[in-house]
Design a protein. Structure first.
Lengths: 276, 313
C-alpha cells in the first residue's frame, strides 16, 4: 500500500504542531513527533505513525516497550512531552465520540458491585452527558452488545462472578456500545480461553468489514500475522510499521526485541510457522 | 434506663451523622481509599482552627469553608507527594495528615485559652452535649448539630443522586471516565470535598477518630451484603442508623452491667457499627463465613459456586 509515503519521517516538517494539510482527514490516527516520559525517563520517543482506515492493526513489542502508553497517549490519558496524536484530523478532545477504548482487564477492580449490563451501559455515558440517567433504549442497546459478544445470558451477573474471558467480552461489548470508528484495545487476548479468542477475532473482522479501524496491543507473535493486516513494531520508538506481510520480518523482530533471546527464539519459531 | 427527650436528640444526631458519613464512605471503600477518610478527618483540623482564628466565631459557614479547603489540600498534597516524591499513596497520606493534624492541634492549643475548643472534644466529640446547643427554627428549638448534620446528609443525597452515574463510572474505571469526558480528577476532588465537609459536620458530635468508623464500617458492612451499588448505598445508610440507635442504647445500658456510671455514646456507636459488621461478615448470604461453612456442609463445592452465581443476579 502507500505505507512508504505515509510513514517515512522525512515527509514531516520538524516540530509541526498543526495538522498537516496533506493529511486526508479520514486518517483515523495520525501521530507526529510524539514523546512521553515518566519521571523524566522516556517511554515513547519520537513516534511517527499513520494508521490507515479500516485496518486491523496489531501493536507488537516487548514488555515495557510503551505499547499501552501509546494507546493512552492517543486518548489524552498521559501527558505528552512533545508532539501530538490526532483522531480523524482533530485532537482527541474534539473527536471523543469516534473512539472507543478497551483497557487491560486488570486495570479495574472486578469485585466492584455492578453487573455485566451496568458495565456495558457505561459505553453510553458520553452520549448521555452529565446528570442524565441511562435510558431504556440505551439499556436495550447494551443488551444487544452483550448478545453480540455471546454473553447475553450473563447480563445480570455480578462481574466478579464472570470468567476472565467473559470479563473481556464485557469490555468489548462496552466498546461496541460506544459506537466508534476507531477502537483502541489493550491486550484483549491476554489470558482468555480459546472460545473467547475466537469470538474476539470474529468481532474484529466484523468491525473491519464495516470500515472501522482497530488498534490492538498483542503479545502472541504466532498469531499476529493471521489476526492483523497491518503491524506496528514498537520498542520505545517505532521500529517498523506497514502491511503485516512486509513488516513481520526476522530483521524487524530482532530490532524490536533486541537482546531478549528467549523472545527472539519464539519469534523465529513464529516466523517458521507463518508463511510470509 | 431513663429515656428523655435529650436521648432522642442524641440518637437523631448520631443517626444523621452516621448516615451522612456512610454515603461518601461507600465510594471511599470502593475506590480502596478508606484511609483517605482517616487522613481528611484529621487534616481538616487546621482548616477549622484557622477559620476560627480568622472569624473569631464557630459559625458553621466559615468552619465548613476552612474544612473543605483543608480537605482538598490533603488530597492534593497526597497526590503531589505520591507523584514527585515517588512514594506510595499510603505513605504520602501518612506524611500529609499527621503534619496537618499536628498544626491543627498547635493552633487549637494556642486558641484554647480563650475559647471552648479542647483537644479531647476534637478526638472523641461530645455528642451528649450537642442537644444543649439549640437554634430556634420555625418555633422549635432544634439542636444545631441536628440541623448541620441534616443539611449535610441532604447535600450528600442530592450530589450522589445527581452524579450517581458519574461517581459509579469514575470509581470503577477512572480512565474510561476521562476518555468519555467525565473528568475523574474533578470527581475525585468532589468526593474529597464531600468527605471533608461531612467530617466537619460529624466532628463536633463524634470527634475525628470515631468519624472514621462512620465513614468506613457501614459501607464495608453493606459491601458484604450486596453486589449492587445502589443497594449498597441504602444498606450502608440503614447500618449506620442502626449503629447510632443501638450505640446510644448500649451507652446507657451496658455500663450498668459492668458497674460503671455511663460511657460515651460516640464510642458505643463505633462499637455497634463494628458488631453489625461482624454479624454481616458471619452471616452474609454471599461471603458470610458461617453461611459458607453451612452451605459447604450441605452441598458439594461445585454446586456452591453455581449457587452464588445465581444469587448474584
Amino acid at each position: 500500500m502507500h505505507s512508504e509515503s505515509l510513514n517515512t519521517q522525512s515527509t514531516f516538517p520538524a516540530r509541526n504542531t498543526e495538522p498537516r494539510p496533506e493529511h486526508p482527514p479520514e486518517i483515523p490516527l495520525a501521530i507526529h513527533d510524539l514523546t512521553v516520559a515518566y519521571h523524566r525517563k522516556p517511554v515513547l520517543w519520537d513516534i511517527e505513525l499513520n494508521i490507515p482506515e479500516g485496518k486491523l492493526v496489531g501493536i507488537v513489542g516487548p514488555n515495557g516497550a510503551g505499547k499501552s502508553t501509546l494507546l493512552k497517549a492517543c486518548l489524552d490519558l498521559v501527558p505528552l512531552t512533545s508532539g501530538w496524536a490526532h483522531i480523524y484530523g482533530k485532537p482527541y478532545r474534539k473527536n471523543r465520540h469516534r473512539v472507543a477504548y478497551v483497557p487491560q482487564r486488570e486495570s479495574v477492580d472486578w469485585d466492584f458491585p455492578v453487573n455485566a449490563l451496568d458495565v456495558v451501559a457505561m459505553g453510553a455515558y458520553r452520549r448521555l452527558g452529565w446528570f442524565r440517567r441511562v435510558s431504556k433504549s440505551e439499556t436495550e442497546r447494551a443488551m444487544d452488545a452483550l448478545e453480540q459478544v455471546g454473553i447475553g445470558h450473563l447480563a445480570l451477573r455480578q462481574i466478579s462472578q464472570l470468567s476472565g474471558g467473559q470479563q473481556q467480552r464485557v469490555f468489548l461489548a462496552r466498546a461496541l456500545m460506544q459506537d466508534a470508528d476507531l477502537y483502541l484495545m489493550d491486550e484483549p487476548f491476554a489470558a482468555v480461553d480459546a472460545a473467547t479468542e475466537e469470538a474476539i477475532v470474529e468481532l474484529l473482522r466484523k468491525l473491519s468489514d464495516r470500515g472501522k479501524t482497530c488498534l490492538v496491543v498483542h503479545h502472541d507473535l504466532a498469531t499476529v500475522t493471521t489476526y492483523f493486516d497491518w503491524l506496528v513494531l514498537i520498542n520505545m520508538r517505532v521500529v517498523a510499521d506497514g502491511p503485516s506481510g512486509e513488516t513481520f520480518t526476522r530483521e524487524n523482530l530482532q530490532k524490536t526485541y533486541g537482546g531478549k533471546l528467549n523472545l527472539l527464539e519464539k519469534a523465529a519459531e513464529a516466523l517458521r510457522s507463518t508463511p510470509l | 434506663m431513663n429515656w428523655t427527650g435529650f436521648d432522642t436528640w442524641i440518637v437523631v444526631i448520631g443517626a444523621l451523622c452516621a448516615a451522612a458519613c456512610a454515603l461518601p464512605g461507600c465510594f471511599l471503600v470502593l475506590r480502596k481509599m478508606s484511609m483517605m477518610g482517616d487522613a481528611i478527618s484529621h487534616a481538616v483540623l487546621p482548616g477549622l482552627a484557622i477559620a476560627f482564628l480568622i472569624t473569631g466565631t464557630r459559625a458553621s459557614v466559615a468552619m465548613f469553608l476552612g474544612a473543605a479547603i483543608a480537605g482538598v489540600l490533603t488530597a492534593l498534597f497526597t497526590q503531589w507527594i505520591t507523584r514527585f516524591g515517588n512514594v506510595d499513596r499510603g505513605a504520602a497520606m501518612g506524611i500529609v495528615f499527621t503534619t496537618l493534624f499536628a498544626i491543627g492541634l498547635l493552633l487549637i492549643r494556642q486558641a484554647a485559652d480563650h475559647v471552648d475548643l479542647d483537644p479531647g472534644c476534637v478526638l472523641y466529640g461530645a455528642i451528649e452535649l450537642t442537644p444543649l446547643d439549640t437554634i430556634a427554627l420555625g418555633g422549635f428549638d432544634i439542636p444545631r448539630a441536628a440541623l448541620v448534620n441534616g443539611i449535610v446528609l441532604l447535600l450528600n443525597l442530592v450530589i450522589i443522586g445527581l452524579l450517581y452515574k458519574e461517581l459509579k463510572l469514575s470509581s470503577f474505571d477512572p480512565d474510561l471516565a476521562d476518555t468519555l469526558g467525565y473528568s475523574s480528577e474533578f470527581l475525585h476532588y468532589l468526593l474529597m470535598t464531600m468527605v471533608a465537609v461531612t467530617t466537619v459536620a460529624a466532628f463536633e458530635s463524634v470527634g475525628s477518630i470515631i468519624v472514621i468508623a462512620m465513614l468506613i464500617v457501614p459501607p464495608a458492612t453493606a459491601l458484604l451484603l450486596t453486589h449492587d451499588l445502589f443497594k449498597m448505598l441504602i444498606i450502608a445508610v440503614v447500618a449506620a442508623v442502626l449503629a447510632a440507635v443501638t450505640g446510644h442504647l448500649g451507652a446507657l445500658v451496658v455500663p450498668g452491667w459492668l458497674g460503671f456510671e455511663s460511657t460515651t455514646t460516640s464510642g458505643m456507636i463505633a462499637l455497634a457499627a463494628g458488631l453489625i459488621f461482624t454479624l454481616a461478615w458471619l452471616f452474609s448470604p454471599y461471603e458470610g463465613i458461617l453461611t459458607r461453612r453451612f452451605r459447604e456442609g450441605v452441598r458439594e463445592p461445585d454446586s456452591l459456586s453455581a449457587n452464588t452465581n445465581t444469587k448474584a443476579s
